[in-house]
Design a protein around this ligand. Structure first.
Ligand SMILES: O=C(O)CCC(=O)C(=O)O
Ligand SMILES: [Mn+2]
Length: 202
């Protein structure tokens, strides 16, 4: 376990290969029920480069008109999100140090040229619970800063099977994904990276 900054923990290789493979199978099942959508920026409608879906009681969605929010149904199908799978609850229970289960798991699909700009996770009401993130597939360069956008940042590589916990004073730190490193993992047949973020919402 590496403490990157106040309350931000990096657990390299938390999941071994078999655990990573079974999560990928689970994610495929979720995507079959709850298809990936392309999120857009509120206001401008500019598409992000990641594709997303969710599982659990609530899912994070965004559109031009209504912006970032959590809702119980898929924006395109109108159906409830698939259930939170047991292996993700196990990870949360092991690393979150929080008494209640996660309410949302956002599933991000990065193609090898996708990235995610520096942002805070602040669409939740409960900042007492950490955000727990699981990386699968190709490695990425993850950037993490402080509580204001202009604070100094540091960058770490996240590899397949790594877990990151944004908790405590680090819960609201700015973070983002600057780049994906192609061909750094054989987990996903078509390359790219999957990131799962477990969150408490309310
Ligand atoms: O892909 C990652 O490692 C981070 C994802 C993230 O920050 C988010 O979905 O809010
Ligand atoms: Mn985030």
């Amino acid at each position: 376990m590496l403490e990157i900054a106040n309350g931000i923990r990096h657990l390299p290789g938390y999941l071994e290969r078999a655990g990573q493979q079974s999560l990928v199978e689970i994610v495929r099942g979720i995507v079959a029920e709850a298809p990936l959508f392309i999120p857009v920026m509120p206001g401008t409608g500019k598409p992000m480069s990641v594709r997303m879906t969710n599982c659990g009681p609530l899912g994070w969605v965004t559109d031009k008109e209504r912006g970032y929010r959590y809702q119980a149904t898929h924006p395109a199908t109108g159906r409830s999100w698939p259930a939170m799978p047991e292996p993700l609850l196990d990870i949360w229970n092991a690393v979150s140090d929080y008494p209640l289960p996660p309410q949302a798991c956002l599933i991000n699909f990065y193609s090898d040229d996708a990235k995610m700009g520096l942002h805070q996770d602040k669409d939740e009401q409960d900042f007492g619970a950490p955000v727990v993130s699981v990386s699968l597939g190709n490695s990425c360069l993850f950037r993490v800063g402080g509580l204001s956008r202009n604070d100094r940042t540091q960058s770490i590589k996240l590899a397949s099977g790594d877990v990151v916990v944004l908790g405590g004073a680090g819960r609201l730190c700015f973070h983002g994904v600057d780049r994906i490193y192609p061909s750094t993992s054989t987990l996903l047949k078509n390359g790219g990276r999957i990131n799962l973020t477990l969150r408490r919402v309310s």
